[in-house]
Design a binder for this molecule. Structure first.
Ligand code: PEP
Ligand code: MN
Length: 358
């Protein structure tokens, strides 16, 4: 029995089409928030619950989690809703507390995985315990380091191990918080075929509007399931507020993946076309967002130099260029004009707001 079968119970047909999902808040903040989120997830058919008790934060002074105080809330989720529960551990003391509170699994976070000494200490504390462990990729795109951490845990006799792909820190500007470098988890699968790999779309996206797209891409790429952050009230979250989604939105994502899996059973070509379209749409959204940001900067410049928002010659020349570009690329000029009008209108709206100081 692997770690996913252990956490979900043995699968039947309808479960096979439904993705395996672990979800819950970035941090366990209060009993009410934990119980409320778990109850809502249970309604969406999620049976494995995550919540961080100890939060490794880059800078001191932020919310660093409730620590041991949060663990009884997770035990309560377990007994009240029959869900399996887990949290992040970064050292043997955390591991000891998790065992004392009777949780079902742990994960080792991206920052801890970068440090082989820390991973080895956790591995030592697992000797003779054989407790389920997920290992996130390290923050840097280093497959060897990721595999090394998995081997350290396996060498201490742990038989139920999973990997979680949460993307890699990157200086390159992109619409995502972390660069997915999909080829790295795909190579991990080839090198360690016995280790199930989940995708954490929340930390890759860093933005709740992108979580669905990444989840669907992961399903298309053959990941074994999702490890997603959700919160009963994401806007009020004490950590990673931008990337957490509501349990009901997660329910919609699960439904779409299930639907896709059903189509996939009959039509693999269609899936690959759709995946390509999704990825192009992501790029279009990223480019539009960059264009609007530059437009905002122009708005500030125009304001400080008392230049009017719309200059008709400039507008006419932009429109002509769009039609020319479209013709060169085999696109209908009427369609290109319409599209440009729409973008220009939004741009004017953004600049007017700046000029009017709204
Ligand atoms: C988390 O899952 O809450 C977390 C801290 O993630 P990561 O270690 O991937 O940054
Ligand atoms: Mn988080």
């Amino acid at each position: 029995m692997n770690i996913l079968e252990f956490l979900s119970g043995s699968g039947n047909d309808s479960r096979r089409r439904r993705p395996f999902v672990i979800s819950g808040p970035c941090s366990a903040e209060s009993r009410g928030q934990v119980m409320g989120t778990a109850a809502a997830l249970k309604k969406e058919g999620v049976n494995v619950f995550r919540a961080g008790a100890w939060k490794p934060r880059s800078k001191p002074g932020g919310f660093e989690g409730k620590g041991v105080e949060a663990l009884p809330w997770l035990s309560e989720v377990r007994s009240a809703f029959g869900m399996k529960t887990g949290t992040e551990v970064a050292n043997p003391c955390h591991m000891e507390e998790v065992l004392r509170h009777g949780l079902d699994f742990v994960w080792i976070g991206a920052r801890t995985v970068t440090n082989p000494f820390a991973v080895q200490e956790i591995a030592e504390s697992l000797k003779g315990v054989d407790f389920p462990v997920f290992i996130k990729n390290p923050v840097s795109p280093d497959l060897g380091l990721w595999i090394g951490a998995i081997e350290r845990i396996a060498n201490s006799g742990v038989s139920k191990i999973g990997a979680v792909h949460r993307g890699f820190n990157s200086f390159a500007k992109s619409a995502y918080r972390n660069n997915p470098y999909w080829s790295i988890p795909i190579e991990l699968r080839h090198k360690m075929p016995g280790i199930p790999v989940l995708c954490d779309p929340s930390h890759i996206a860093g933005d709740r509007n992108l979580v669905e797209t990444i989840s669907l891409q992961a399903a298309n790429l053959g990941f074994d399931g999702l490890f997603v952050e959700s919160h009963i009230n994401p806007d009020a979250a004490l950590s990673d507020s931008f990337q957490q989604i509501t349990p009901s939105f997660l329910g919609k994502i699960i439904y779409r993946i299930k639907e896709m899996n059903e189509i996939a059973e009959g039509d693999a070509d269609m899936m690959s076309y759709r995946s390509e379209i999704d990825s192009i749409d992501d790029q279009i959204a990223g480019l539009l967002s960059r264009r609007m940001k530059i437009s905002e900067e122009i708005g500030h410049y125009k304001k400080s130099h008392s230049i009017p928002v719309v200059q008709h010659e400039r507008y006419a020349s932009v429109l002509d260029k769009w039609v020319e570009r479209g013709q060169a690329a085999g696109l209908d000029p009427v369609f290109m004009k319409e599209l440009m009008r729409c973008i220009h209108e939004e741009s004017v709206k953004v600049q007017m707001k700046i000029i009017e100081n709204k």
